[in-house]
Design a binder for this molecule. Structure first.
Ligand code: ATP
Ligand code: MG
Length: 416
């Protein structure tokens, strides 16, 4: 019965001439998300609305789940779409719709907000506190002969006759029955929450420093949620980090790409640079110097891909390399803005998002990380920029060439 979805999106961000771009990007992202679901879908924009039509067989749950990954979607409404066969027939359809709606299978775990529990007519029947409803008719087709108010009261009466346990409440109904009269008539009620945010493609491109940890995939998700296209760079240190560690990062990129669309993942061979820093610089400065080279190299890929910012999973004070002083020293080498969406998050809060977006289980797989292998017992927590710069001078002889080699031997994986 529900082979159409009405897509609700945030209206506030898209007033004026941006609306067109916003809607176009949203339609593209919806098409992309549905391309992985079995079924024949068409996505249409019509009078400030977006509809997804499903032709033939399709999996309801899978479709909803895919739509719940599309940033910019605030709500997904399963719609019953019918021909206009007069008000009497419309009443029958609305009753059929309610019978079906009140026992729709619940959607897969949502990515946003809480949802009213599904209403259950059988339960309601035995329940003295009766469920309230209201019919809201909208005549997008002005030639329809009956005014909206009249349609409301006619359909309201029909519903009351069919379901004596329901009651009308025009102010705060439990159930809003929307009836939209266009060339076809659309009936919907349930709103399944979407992830919100802005459609990817409306806010430029950024380069994510993606490790195999918990934080950076969440950071990528959050920047993507603001409409930003994401590419990623991973610093790999074979043989100190294994192929499994790399596969894990590819898997994380795949999960993030479910939300952001395809990601170009640059896998940089970082071993020689790390060993060189290890050989030449004080060991307690190793992490911070290494992070400065990561940023420098990430900027090189940003320039190639057209990214205008870097993104990391850093949060103040989480580890020695993320104190305010360390962040300042790391930042000093960057000419692009560095976005750190998790900067004020506690680990627990980050973990919650990671679980919700499904990266957590992959992130905690126990593979070594290039930073932990070379990490000093007592890394500096308040690095001094001048001191660090002086240490880096010890790398003068070979480091530029090594950075060039690292950039030139990078493997780029197109992650979908
Ligand atoms: P994460 O869980 O994201 O790995 P973390 O708590 O382990 O973070 P660090 O190892 O200090 O913290 O890394 C801070 C940030 O630096 C990461 O969030 C990530 O953006 C970037 N980063 C660290 N290691 C790598 C790496 N090997 N490749 C790419 N980026 C990295
Ligand atoms: Mg890490």
């Amino acid at each position: 019965m529900f082979s159409t979805f009405l897509i609700k999106y945030g209206e506030i961000a898209i007033k004026g001439k941006n609306r067109h771009l916003f809607e176009e990007a949203l339609v593209n992202q919806i098409r992309h998300a549905l391309s992985k679901v079995d079924g024949d879908f068409s996505v249409m924009r019509e009078q400030g609305r977006i509809y997804v039509d499903c032709e033939g067989d399709f999996d309801y749950d899978e479709t909803v789940e895919a739509l719940q990954c599309v940033f910019g979607i605030v709500g997904i409404c399963p719609v019953m779409k019918i021909e206009d066969r007069g008000l009497d027939e419309l009443g029958n359809d609305v009753i059929r719709f309610l019978e079906e709606t009140l026992k729709l299978p619940s959607a897969p775990a949502g990515h946003a907000g809480d949802r009213k529990p599904d209403l259950d007519l059988d339960r309601i029947e035995n329940d003295s506190s009766r469920v309230t409803f209201k019919v809201m008719t909208r005549r997008a087709k002005k030639s329809y002969p009956i005014p909206s108010m009249e349609v409301n009261s006619e359909l309201g009466g029909r519903i009351l006759d069919a379901f004596p346990q329901l009651r009308v409440d025009v102010h705060a109904p439990d159930l809003l029955v929307h009836v939209e009269i266009r060339d076809m008539i659309y009936i919907y009620s349930k709103v399944i929450p979407g992830p919100g945010g802005m459609p990817v493609g409306t806010s430029g491109r950024a380069m994510l420093l993606l490790s195999g940890g918990i934080d950076s995939p969440v950071a990528g998700y959050m920047i993507g949620k603001r409409g930003v296209v994401i590419d990623a760079v991973y610093f790999h240190a074979p043989p100190y980090t294994s192929d499994r560690a790399k596969e894990k990062v590819v898997d994380l990129a795949k999960i993030v790409a479910k939300y952001t669309g395809p990601i170009r993942l640059h896998v940089v061979n970082f071993t020689d640079i790390q060993l060189y820093i290890y050989e030449k610089c004080p060991h307690d400065e190793l992490t911070i110097i290494m992070r400065r080279y990561m940023m420098r190299i990430a900027e090189r890929f940003a320039a190639m891909d057209g990214s205008i910012a870097l993104v990391t999973g850093e949060s103040i004070g989480q580890v020695a390399s993320q104190t305010m002083q360390s962040l300042a020293v790391t930042n000093e080498v960057c000419s692009l803005p560095v976005f750190r969406p998790l900067i004020g998050f506690d680990k627990q809060e980050i973990v919650e998002v990671a679980k919700r977006i499904d990266t957590f289980e992959t992130s905690i797989l126990p593979f070594e990380d290039c930073c932990t292998i070379f990490v000093a017992k007592h890394p500096v927590t308040k690095p001094n920029l001048r001191v660090i710069q002086r240490s880096e001078l010890k790398l003068q002889e070979k480091i530029d060439e090594m950075v060039e080699t690292a950039v030139n031997t990078t493997e780029t994986i197109f992650v979908k």
